[in-house]
Design a protein around this ligand. Structure first.
Ligand code: NAD
Length: 479
């Protein structure tokens, strides 16, 4: 029997229902789950922003210890609820149950980390060049933060925006993806019970329309966005008009270099993990295998045998390695992108458009002998699809790696310390991985890309403070 979930917005501590405007089904089994939610309008956006504005002074009055306690409480609640939340993520987005559990626990740790950061928002005090005077530097709240999030990390990404925003004294108006709104509502409910001032976090549901209204809303001080490059550009233009600060984390076409001196077992592990786990739906996923000629045949042979052994199926089954894509729309888009690569004459050595799969499932697909000008190297395909570029030595590999406009994550498999060091220096990417998959990062380290992948200060870890605070510099001369 189908489970039906009808969602509401959450503004000023209350549920705000509305007419159903979007629908999401379990992408592995549509009859299992049907989720519906409303689309926020301009009046509700304005109310949410006003509620957030009022919450900021209450949060300041409540003090840092109350805030730290609330964040720690939310973290504990997430940990305690891991099974229920992970199952919801798996059924709503198709992420495997193991990955979903990992993501919930990661979100819990993020809240815990920022509970500590609340108490460590330390300023500076130093002597002025004017004799006897002092200079103080304080990090004060940026204000009302609009957070717009995607579906592929439906709890972790909201956590790594909401937790630092709250830690540094801001309030949030959050617009989660229409593809993961039930998970968002579950997180919202836990945050709402955390003991923060009413209105500290407001959640507006909806798709692009609600996102557009929020990005254009008057009286927001900052926008943190994660999603596609195309949407990120729209958000950037909206914010630039009113000089609102932005933090944009967008797509990537990430490359993994495999040198002649690589341990090939490790290289294939990295390739499988990076390209196919989470059905390739990670911004840091590997979509280009950049492999030295001398080992490329052996690499491909091992890779294909490992791909053939991947269990594709129900994301709620712990034995499943690869679940479905998140929506029929994503499946249609990826099918079109793969068909276009095939039509250009590049050959799929596994998967491809000839393989038909039920519902939102898509086969792991590998292209071989990809020309350097192929669209495969230049356009994000947000699914289990990767291409092998055969190269001639380290310099050639770096040239191919840096040949598109993106720069999120880059990897290399090598046993040479010299090449590892050179790679860190020459790879154009915000995150470098050596003998590790391009996907998979720590929550206490800065996260973000360069070039077309990202704009604005880094997320996560101690680096998060720079986006969520304003710096105040005070000069004082004793009388
Ligand atoms: P998307 O751009 O379609 O949507 C992201 C969010 O923006 C959603 O909440 C959506 O409703 C909203 N939105 C849509 N149109 C809008 C508009 N005109 N104005 C304001 N908001 C709008 O992205 P998606 O499909 O949800 O997520 C997948 C993309 O996210 C991929 O490109 C992936 O690489 C990227 N991503 C990047 C990172 C990163 O940190 N770099 C992490 C995860 C995902």
């Amino acid at each position: 029997m189908t489970e039906n979930i009808l969602l509401s917005h959450h503004v000023r501590g209350r549920a705000v229902p509305g007419v159903a405007a979007f629908t999401q089904h379990n992408p592995a089994a549509p009859v299992d789950l049907r989720i519906e939610g409303p689309e926020a309008d301009a009046a509700l956006v304005a109310e949410a922003v006003a509620a957030a504005r009022e919450a900021i002074s209450e949060s300041e009055a409540g003090g840092i210890e109350a805030r730290a306690d609330a964040l720690a409480r939310i973290g504990r609640r997430l940990t305690g609820d891991v099974e229920r939340l992970a199952r919801l993520i798996a059924r709503e987005t198709g992420k495997t149950i193991g990955d979903s559990k990992g993501e919930v626990l990661r979100a819990a740790r993020i809240f815990d980390f920022f509970a500590g950061e609340t108490l460590r928002n330390v300023g500076e005090r130093f002597a002025s060049t004017r004799r006897g005077a002092t200079v103080e530097v304080d990090f004060v709240p940026a204000g009302v933060v609009a957070a717009i999030t995607p579906w592929n990390f439906p709890i972790a990404i909201p956590a790594w925006k909401i937790a630092p925003a709250l830690a540094f004294g801001n309030a949030v108006v959050w617009k989660p993806s229409e593809t993961s709104s039930a998970t968002a509502a579950a997180l919202m409910a836990i945050i709402a019970e955390g003991g923060l001032p009413v209105g500290s976090v407001n959640m507006l549901l909806g798709a692009g329309e609600a996102g557009t209204l929020l990005a254009h809303a008057a009286d927001i001080d900052a926008i943190t966005f994660t999603g596609s490059v195309a949407t990120g550009e729209r958000v950037r233009f909206a914010a630039a008009k009113r000089a609102v600060r932005t933090q944009l984390e967008m797509g990537g076409v990430n490359g993994l270099i495999v040198l002649a001196d690589a341990n090939l077992d490790i290289a294939v592990d990295c390739a499988i993990n990076g390209a196919f786990l989470a059905a390739g739906q990670r911004c840091t996923a590997t979509s280009r295998f950049i492999v030295d000629h001398s080992v490329s045949d052996r690499f491909l042979e091992t890779l294909l045998s490992r791909v053939a052994a991947l269990t594709i199926g129900d994301p709620c089954d712990p034995a499943t390695a690869v679940g479905p894509l998140a929506t029929p729309r994503q499946k249609k888009l990826i099918s079109q992108q793969v068909a276009s690569v095939e039509a250009s004459g590049v050959k799929a050595v596994c998967g491809g458009s000839a393989v038909e799969m039920a519902h939102c499932f898509y086969p792991p697909t590998v292209f071989d002998n990809v020309p350097r000008t192929s669209e495969l190297g230049h356009q994000e395909i947000f699914g289990p699809v990767a291409g092998m570029f055969r190269v001639d030595g380290f310099d050639d590999a770096i040239e191919v790696l840096n040949s598109n406009r993106f720069g999120l994550s880059a990897g290399i498999c090598t046993s040479s310390l010299l090449h590892a060091e050179e790679f860190k220096r020459r790879a154009r990417a915000g995150m470098q991985m050596i003998n590790l998959p391009t996907a998979g990062v720590d929550y206490h380290a800065p996260f973000g890309g360069v070039a077309a992948s990202s704009l604005g200060p880094r997320e996560q870890g101690r680096a998060a403070r720079s986006f969520y605070t304003n710096i105040k510099t005070s000069y004082q001369q004793p009388l």
